[in-house]
Design a protein around this ligand. Structure first.
Ligand SMILES: [Zn+2]
Length: 304
C-alpha cells in the first residue's frame, strides 16, 4: 500500500490510543487478591479463555477480518489450572490467558501477534498484547533474582513469589523513547540493520536508570546521528509487548541538519521532505501500520 493511501481524511494512521493499548477491558485489579473469587472463576464453564501456544496468540477469521479467539472454559477443560492468568472482565465475563509451550489448549490455531496487529479490532489487539506481555514475563521469572529459589504465580498471575525467601516480583515494562526529529519541512528517518529491506523509521532507544525521558531523547539522537535538539515535545505512548516495552513517542526540532551517523547503531539515516514521504511511491518503506513510529510520521505529514 502506498504511504499516502490512508491520508485522505484528517486522522493519521494508528491514532491514539494506539494499537496494542487496552480498550474495552476492565482489568479489575481489585479482584486479583480475592483467591476465593478467582478459584470460582477458574471452575466456571462460562469463563472465557485465550488459549496460547507459548507467546503465540489465538486468532480466527471473522466476517470483518481476523479477531481474537475467546473460548468458553467448558470447551477446553473442566477447570483452569493455577497458571491461567486473569486478565479482567470483558462485558462482565472473566477472561484468562492460558498458555502451553508447544500447542495451545484445545488445539486452537495461534499466530504471532505482530503478523495481524493492525488488522485486529482494537479491543482484541489490546487484549492479546496484554496476554502476550504477561506470558513472556512468567516464562522468564521462574526463579528468584535474590536467592535463586523457584517462584510461583499468585494474585491471579500478576505477582510471582519466591517459595524460599518470599520475595515478590511484578511484571516488568521497559520504557523506551521514540522520536520524530524534524527540521522545517524535513524529517529524519534512520535504518537499522535489523529492519526489513528498504525500511526507514524514527529513532528510538531504551531509557537508562535514573534518566528522564527528555534526556533520553536528547542522548539517543546525539548518539545515533550527532544532532542537538531544540525543543522536545511528548506526543503519546504505545504498549509494545515485543517483548516488554512501553514506547513513549516524541517530536523534536533539530538545531541543524548535518548528520554524524553512528554506524554501529544505524546503517543509514537521512532527511526526507513531506513531498517525498507523502508521494504515491515514497523513496523508502515506512514502518508498520501497527507502530507508533508510523503514527508520528503520518501525523507530521498531515500538518504539511
Ligand atoms: Zn528468593
Amino acid at each position: 500500500m502506498a504511504a499516502g493511501a490512508d491520508r485522505g481524511g484528517e486522522r493519521p494512521l494508528n491514532p491514539p490510543p494506539h494499537v496494542y493499548s487496552t480498550t474495552g477491558l476492565d482489568r479489575c485489579t481489585e479482584r486479583r487478591g480475592d483467591a476465593e473469587w478467582l478459584a470460582a472463576r477458574r471452575r466456571d464453564p462460562a469463563t472465557l479463555v485465550l488459549p496460547m501456544a507459548g507467546l503465540r496468540v489465538p486468532v480466527e477469521e471473522g466476517p470483518d477480518g481476523p479477531k481474537a479467539r475467546l473460548v468458553p472454559l467448558a470447551g477446553l477443560a473442566p477447570q483452569l489450572s493455577e497458571d491461567g492468568v486473569f486478565l479482567g472482565l470483558l462485558g462482565g465475563r472473566p477472561v484468562f490467558a492460558w498458555s502451553r509451550e508447544s500447542e495451545a489448549p484445545g488445539r486452537v490455531a495461534t499466530v504471532e501477534l505482530r503478523s495481524v496487529g493492525s488488522l485486529l479490532p482494537r479491543r482484541d489487539a489490546g487484549l492479546l498484547a496484554y496476554a502476550r506481555a504477561l506470558m513472556y514475563w512468567h516464562a522468564r521469572h521462574r526463579f528468584c533474582g535474590a536467592c535463586g529459589g523457584a517462584t510461583r504465580a499468585t494474585q491471579g498471575g500478576h505477582v510471582r513469589m519466591c517459595r524460599a525467601c518470599g520475595l515478590e516480583v511484578f511484571p516488568r515494562t521497559d520504557p523506551a523513547v521514540i522520536v520524530l526529529v524534524t527540521s522545517g519541512d524535513r524529517c529524519l528517518l534512520g535504518r537499522s540493520a535489523r529492519f526489513p529491506p528498504g525500511m526507514y523509521s524514527t529513532l528510538a532507544g531504551f531509557v537508562e536508570p535514573a534518566e528522564g525521558l527528555e534526556d533520553a531523547v536528547r542522548r539517543e539522537v546525539t548518539e545515533e546521528v550527532g544532532l542537538e535538539l531544540l525543543q522536545v515535545r511528548y506526543r503519546s505512548s504505545q504498549p509494545w509487548p515485543f517483548p516488554r516495552s512501553l514506547m513513549l513517542g516524541f517530536r523534536a526540532e533539530a538545531a541543524g541538519r548535518e548528520l554524524r551517523i553512528d554506524r554501529d547503531e544505524l546503517e543509514d539515516a537521512a532527511w526526507f521532505t513531506r513531498r517525498e514521504l507523502g508521494a504515491a511511491e515514497p523513496p523508502v518503506r515506512l514502518p508498520g501500520a501497527d507502530s507508533i513510529a508510523r503514527f508520528l510520521i503520518e501525523e507530521w505529514l498531515l500538518e504539511g
